[in-house]
Design a protein around this ligand. Structure first.
Ligand code: PA5
Length: 461
C-alpha cells in the first residue's frame, strides 16, 4: 500500500498546500502526540486486536462451520460502528451481486446489515427472508442502543412465535461487551451464542474483533489475512518518524490543512469495491474528531466534515465544486492498481476519432486514467489532495487500510488535543428519544422538551 502526499505540499499544489516550515513549526506538538500515542497505547485496546484475536478467530470459524450448512441468510442487527465496518468489508471483497447469485455465494449465506430502523426496509426484508434458515446477529457494544435493541426485540418475538424459545435461541447470536449492558444479560438468560467486544474497543474501532470478523467469516472472507494486514500496519504505525508513519503523516497533513481552513475531508475511492470504505471513514473521522471541548475542558468546536464521493461517478456530480468552489477541502483518493478483472473496450467507431480513441483500451485503464486526470485537474486548480493506492483489494490490504485510518484518527485526536474515543454530542439526541418514549428516569428531559416554545404555523408550508 502506498500513500502519496506530494499533492498536499505547497511545492506542488501552490499556496493552499502545506510547507515544510508549517510542519517544522508544529514539530514539538507532533513529538508530544507521538509520545502520547505510546503512553496511551495500553488504553487503546483496539490497537491490540490484530494480535490478540487468534483464539476468537478459531471460535468464529468453528461456529461458522457448524452454522453455515443450516443457514441461507445472515442478518446483522446493529448501527454505526456495529454496521459500517461489516458493510465496507463485504462490499470490498465480495461481488456486489453476492446476495443475488447462488453461484457467487457458493453455499454461503446472504448478508443483510440493517444499520437503520426504517420500517419499510425492515418490513420488506422480513417478508423476503426464510426465517427457518436465517441467523440474526445482534451487535451492540453498549447493549443499550435503541435502534439495535428495537430490531432485536422485534426479531426475538417473531422467532419465538414461530419456533418457540429454543428455536429462537438457535437463530440468534450476540456480539457485545462481556459483562456490561443489557444484551449480555439477556443473551446469557436466553442461552444465545455470544462473542465478545473487548473492553476499550469502541464501536467505530471494532472492525477487527467479532463485530467485523463474524460476518466476514460467514461470507467466506479470510479473516486471518485481514488481521495479518492490520498487524503489518501496526508495525508501520509505530514508527516514531512521522515521515515514515502513514497514519501520522495522514493525520498531520489533515491537521495542518484544517488549521488553514480546510474544514472538509473528501474520501473518493476509484473502485466500487471501496465505496463503503468512505462511509466507514466518514463515521470514524466525524464522530471521533468533531468535539466541543478539548482535553482541558476549553470550548474548541473542532472537527473536519467528512464527505463521501466515488470516482468516476462523482466526477459528474461533485468534482466541479472540488475544483472551483471554496478552498475548504482536502481530497483523499483511494486507488487500486489491480482491479482483479477487466473488460476491453472494442475498437469500433474507428472512423469517428472523438469516440474511436477509446477502442483498444480497457475499463480498468479508463478508470485509472480518470483518477489520474482528476488528481491533475485538482492539482492544477490548487486543491490539496493525497492518494492511498492498494495493489489490490484483498483481506490483507483491507486490514492495513482499516488499521492505518484508525491510528490516523487517534493521532489527529492527539494533535487536536481532544478525546477521539467519546461521542458526547450523540447523547443529547439519544436522551431526547428516551424522553419522548417515556423511559423512566428521563422525566426532566421530557419536561425540558415540553417547555420549548410551540412551533409557529408560519414556518410550515
Ligand atoms: O462508534 C460508536 O461508538 C458508535 O457509532 C456506536 O457504534 C453506535 O452508536 C452503536 O453503539 P452500540 O454498539 O453500543 O450499539
Amino acid at each position: 500500500m502506498k500513500l502519496d502526499f506530494n499533492n498536499m505540499m505547497a511545492e506542488f499544489v501552490g499556496p493552499h498546500g502545506i510547507t515544510p516550515a508549517a510542519i517544522a513549526a508544529i514539530e514539538g506538538k507532533i513529538g508530544e502526540a507521538v509520545k502520547a500515542m505510546e503512553i496511551k497505547r495500553p488504553q487503546m485496546q483496539w490497537r491490540d486486536l490484530p494480535h490478540n484475536q487468534g483464539r476468537v478467530v478459531e471460535e468464529i470459524l468453528e461456529y461458522v462451520a457448524e452454522m453455515s450448512p443450516k443457514i441461507g441468510a445472515l442478518v446483522v442487527l446493529g448501527i454505526g460502528g456495529s454496521a459500517l465496518g461489516p458493510i465496507a468489508l463485504q462490499q470490498a471483497l465480495n461481488s456486489p451481486f453476492y446476495n443475488l447469485s447462488d453461484d457467487l455465494r457458493a453455499g454461503r449465506p446472504q448478508l443483510f446489515v440493517l444499520d437503520n430502523i426504517d420500517p419499510a426496509t425492515i418490513g420488506d426484508l422480513f417478508a423476503m427472508l426464510d426465517l427457518e434458515t436465517t441467523l440474526f446477529s445482534v451487535v451492540s457494544k453498549s447493549g443499550a442502543t435503541s435502534e439495535t435493541m428495537s430490531q432485536f426485540m422485534i426479531v426475538k418475538q417473531m422467532l419465538e412465535e414461530k419456533f418457540g424459545k429454543e428455536g429462537a435461541a438457535a437463530r440468534i447470536v450476540c456480539t457485545t461487551d462481556k459483562s456490561e449492558g443489557n444484551l449480555i444479560k439477556i443473551a446469557q438468560a436466553e442461552g444465545y451464542k455470544t462473542f465478545v467486544i473487548p473492553s476499550g474497543v469502541g464501536g467505530r474501532f471494532s472492525q477487527l474483533c467479532p463485530v467485523g470478523l463474524l460476518p466476514a467469516a460467514f461470507c467466506g472472507l479470510d479473516i486471518r489475512a485481514l488481521l495479518a494486514g492490520a498487524a503489518a500496519a501496526d508495525s508501520a504505525c509505530q514508527n516514531p518518524d512521522f515521515w515514515q508513519n502513514p497514519a501520522y503523516i495522514f493525520a498531520i497533513l489533515h491537521y495542518l490543512a484544517l488549521k488553514d481552513g480546510k474544514n472538509i475531508s473528501v474520501m473518493m475511492p476509484y473502485a466500487d469495491s471501496l465505496k463503503f470504505m468512505a462511509d466507514w471513514y466518514a463515521q470514524l473521522w466525524a464522530e471521533s474528531l468533531g468535539k466541543k471541548f478539548d482535553n482541558s475542558g476549553r470550548e474548541v468546536f473542532v472537527g473536519q466534515t467528512p464527505v463521501k464521493a466515488l470516482g468516476a461517478t462523482d466526477q459528474h456530480s461533485q468534482v466541479q465544486l472540488y475544483a472551483e468552489g471554496p478552498f475548504d477541502k482536502v481530497m483523499v483518493f483511494l486507488g487500486v492498481e489491480d482491479y482483479g478483472a477487466d473488460i476491453d473496450i472494442p475498437e469500433t467507431f474507428t472512423d469517428m476519432p472523438s469516440l474511436g480513441f477509446l477502442g483498444g483500451h480497457s475499463l480498468a485503464k479508463l478508470l485509472k486514467t480518470q483518477q489520474m486526470a482528476t488528481e491533475y485537474a485538482l492539482l492544477k486548480a490548487g486543491r490539496p489532495n493525497m492518494t492511498i493506492s492498494l495493489p489490490e483489494v484483498n483481506e490483507y490490504t483491507m486490514g492495513q487500510l482499516f488499521y492505518i485510518l484508525e491510528v490516523a484518527t487517534a493521532f489527529a485526536g492527539e494533535l487536536l488535543e481532544i478525546d477521539a474515543f467519546d461521542q458526547p454530542g450523540v447523547e443529547e439526541g439519544k436522551n431526547a428519544t428516551y424522553a419522548y418514549f417515556g423511559r423512566p428516569g428521563y422525566e426532566a428531559k421530557k419536561a425540558e422538551l415540553n417547555a420549548r416554545p410551540a412551533k409557529s404555523p408560519k414556518y410550515i408550508c
